[in-house]
Design a protein around this ligand. Sequence first.
Ligand code: ATP
Length: 356
Amino acid sequence: MSRIELQGLSRRFGSVTAVNDVWLDVADGEFVVLLGPSGCGKSTLLRMIAGLLPPTGGRLRLAGADITDVPPQQRDLAMVFQSYALYPHLSVARNIGFPLRARRWSRADIRAKVAEVAATLDLVELLDRKPRELSGGQRQRVALGRALVRDPGAFLMDEPLSNLDAKLRASTRAEISALHRRLGATMVYVTHDQVEAMTMATRIALLDGGKLEQVGTPAEVYDEPASVFVARFLGSPAMNLLDVNVRAEGGALTARATDVELGLGIDGEMPEREVVLGVRPEHLRPAGLAEPGIRAAVTAVENLGSEEVALCEAAARSICVRGPRPLGLRPGDRVNLTTRPEHLHLFDPGSGRRLA
Ligand code: ATP
């Protein structure tokens, strides 16, 4: 069992609080992605789990035992970095076997284990090469192999794909997901790339300014973002956000602001109040000019191949619409944009937290 429990972990650097009271329970076999913008504290959090950096507050447990003060080499964890950190003068086989030599395994046992790991990662043909004779993707697989060979309780990965080109990133992403399924290992993975997080994670932990903003499955954080920050961070193009007054009464939700007049059927009541109203570009559609909606002027239309994105302006705000091609919109068009009530997200303008 390799459950990892973060119990109020914090880390200060002088006056900077890089990680602020993070509580997170990573179940055995989970693939948790720590996601957030540059400087949000994800690497600091991972380094604390690895034992490379002592926390200034909180406790850390692995498989039920408190490991807060256990040195890194005695934690049953393997870390994979973005810079592969391979030994340039050693062959692939010796790089992979290195942790076992350090543990004084016999040569025969090391050879057998390296062969097993090389087969798992499709590295058998490359065992005699030196790191400089490998592509970036192959080097990353060797780095993974070196982590795998120890049969650790859990893997910690810090942006392991960031040095790969887009195509290789996509295939290595799929390989890491497959590896996770095959091994059933616990993984904590750091990235600022929402596609990596959405495609690989069983749960995503979103961080902002050292604090945990939301933890949930990819579908949960995308479909029900807990805050304006999460709503903005996930999704491309980003969710449209508008300051409006809304009221829910008698089975109808009405939203009013200059150039916005939404009337949608809903359940529930809400007295009139100011909100930040969010709607994803793929959930807007052009409606008749006589219907209530967001009155907008189309400024540009981008052809993405299978889809089109229309950039619009409504009362000095930019609004983006995305849908299958052709959208039927052209620059200069005046349109009314509408949506369905289940696609609206309402946030408190002060705290940024989700209302409904
Ligand atoms: P990136 O994606 O850019 O790597 P990150 O989310 O991993 O960012 P961290 O590297 O964890 O962010 O840094 C979080 C905050 O802590 C930042 O403000 C950073 O400047 C600060 N920080 C990190 N390490 C140190 C350090 N050794 N000394 C001082 N401040 C630090």
